[in-house]
Design a protein around this ligand. Sequence first.
Ligand code: GLN
Length: 195
Amino acid sequence: MRIGIIAYQGSFEEHALQTKRAMGTGDIVPVKTSKDMRQLDGIIIPGGESTTIGMLASKLGIIDELREQISSGLPVLGTCAGAIFLAKEASDSKVKKQQDLLKVMDITVVRNYYGRQRESFEAEVDLSEIGEEKARVVFIRSPAITKVWGNSKSLSKLNGVTIMAQEGGILATTFHPELSNTLAVHKYFLSLVKK
Ligand code: GLN
């Protein structure tokens, strides 16, 4: 199995480690340009700053390739900024700013939803839809998935707000499973890759 991880910024290493733990044998490929995207079985878009990820993906000419491959079935896990990048609609809770999005998933996302005073927090969340009762996970200047429509479905909510959603082979979390003590998200993503 070959899993690519977008490697511009954010928690590339932690995603690589967590993916290795969840998959056993297989290859992890850092992805920066479209030539790194050959023969991938799945791809992970980590957290960071979604405007920066979008800008770099656009400048390095990978955004169209990504969109095409995901639309034609390449499984993808987007966490935090990665979830924003996947969304068909995204807005910022404070600043109005245009940003490059992949627009492959029927979700609306509000950036920095939890505000400044709670930029980062940990919470116990319900991952029973993906095979784990409860897990403590980390949210860092996280967005919220405020609307799920069309082919997307919500897989978990925290205080009534969606924190994990799926549309076919596309999986999005607003928290950071790579910085948390659970393999459930990576294992579930790899099960989508195997399908
Ligand atoms: N707040 C960031 C954004 O809007 C996401 C934060 C993160 O990925 N940890 O892109």
